[in-house]
Ligand binder design. Structure first.
Ligand code: FNR
Length: 376
């Protein structure tokens, strides 16, 4: 009602409340290259479209005359209670859309109590971002230098990041035509490297200080962080050196989810990176039910890729996710309004989720199961 009451005083919401309108507003704010970087996906965009089409194949079946006037969105993840089953996905190089980048995102998330997952490809150091307070999760792009890896984990733990999200699906960048046509890769300009470039162990690998020779530092960073995959047997390095929960992001196959459980992981994010990696890959939502059925008792199953509305969140929860990660939509909010814009997007999503949950006849996320939906 906040928005309608403001309307009585002649005020309109400062930013569009639907994601498509917000994306259009962001596009007007941004140069084609950064807009294309965020909006773009791999190849023909088939997987990005599939992500959305999969949501459309499920329909909510509302139930009536239930006591749902007061809802409770609070959700327990890894032994900690959060206000809602929503976190902000790790998104790198946020300063390409707003100078405050990850700082603004972290402040908005902290003000709402939702976790913001900080990317290793951040434009600000993890120590700076930690000052925003709030729940802190750290996403690792896993370097091929164990001492650098351990240094990043150590810094994250010391700065109060309690949950580690290890992204598996982006050990090298996919074929992304928009960025290729623009010949645009933020990292090669030094953007998104604040965490490695500030790392004492990484710096000790350089012949000359970063400040004197940025290009040499970038050339050192590239093969350390990109171009080679790790293997399952190496997960023990992370398990042995991280006390908190570890979540593997980018899981689509049931067997990979089972291996994650066997490797002592605490969770998985069913994700295809928003369709930015394997063009032609299955929709992330289509991967969710089988993964949840296989490991839901052993692991916390999170989901992303395609979440745009409260109904989308409801569908993912009903199909087995404990919580979802919000991706591109909050970046559009960041582009148009910095911290305030991110807060607007997250508050809008949570209000939409709360209304949709209640109108569909459910009081809490835990009340949802596949019977809340019908497959078209
Ligand atoms: C991402 N994503 C991502 N994931 C990750 O683990 N580390 C990262 O640094 C990034 N960076 C990144 C940048 C941009 C511009 C985008 C759009 C995405 C993937 C992200 O965490 C998430 O999986 C997707 O955004 C989910 O898809 P949707 O909902 O945005 O379509």
């Amino acid at each position: 009602y906040e928005i309608y009451l403001n309307g009585l005083a002649g005020l309109r919401p400062p930013y569009p409340t639907d994601v498509a309108g917000l994306e259009q507003a962001a596009r007007r704010h941004l140069a084609p290259e950064p807009y294309g970087y965020v909006a773009g996906s791999a190849g023909t965009g088939a997987t990005e479209r599939a992500n959305r089409e999969a949501f459309d194949r499920w329909r909510i079946v509302p139930r009536m005359l239930r006591e749902v006037s007061v809802r409770d969105l609070s959700t327990e993840l890894f032994g900690r209670t959060y206000p809602a089953p929503v976190a902000l996905a790790p998104i790198g190089v946020q300063s390409i859309v707003h100078p405050h980048g990850e700082l603004a995102t972290a402040r908005a998330a902290a003000s709402l109590g939702v976790p913001a997952v900080l990317s290793t490809a951040s434009s600000h150091t993890l120590e700076e971002v930690a000052e925003a307070g709030g729940p802190r999760w750290y996403q690792l792009y896993w370097p091929h230098d164990d001492e650098v890896t351990l240094s990043l984990l150590d810094r994250a733990a010391k700065s109060g990041y309690d949950t580690l999200v290890v992204t598996l699906d982006t050990w090298t960048l996919a074929w992304r035509p928009t960025d290729l046509d623009h010949a645009y890769l933020p990292f090669l300009r030094g953007t998104g490297l604040a965490i490695p470039l500030s790392d004492p162990v990484f710096r000790s690998r350089l012949e000359r200080p970063v400040e004197e020779d940025l290009n040499a530092a970038i050339l050192r960073w590239a093969p350390m962080f990109h171009g080679r995959s790790h293997t399952w047997d190496r997960l023990s390095l992370l398990r042995d050196n991280w006390d908190g929960p570890i979540v593997l992001k980018g899981v689509q196959h049931v067997d990979d989810a089972l291996r994650a459980a066997d490797a002592g992981m605490d969770g998985v994010v069913v994700s295809n990176h928003g369709g930015r990696q394997v063009d032609g890959a299955m929709a992330s939502l289509d991967a969710l039910p089988a993964v949840a059925a296989a490991v839901g008792e052993r692991l916390t199953v999170l989901f992303d890729s395609g979440i745009r509305t409260g109904a989308d969140v409801l569908k993912a929860l009903a199909l087995g996710a404990r919580a979802v990660l919000l991706g591109r939509p909050y970046v559009w909010g960041l582009a148009v309004g910095g911290e305030e814009g991110v807060r607007h997007v997250v508050r809008s999503l949570l209000a939409d989720l709360d209304l949709t949950l209640g109108l569909a006849g459910h009081r809490t996320p835990a009340d949802l199961d596949p019977s809340a939906l019908e497959a078209r």
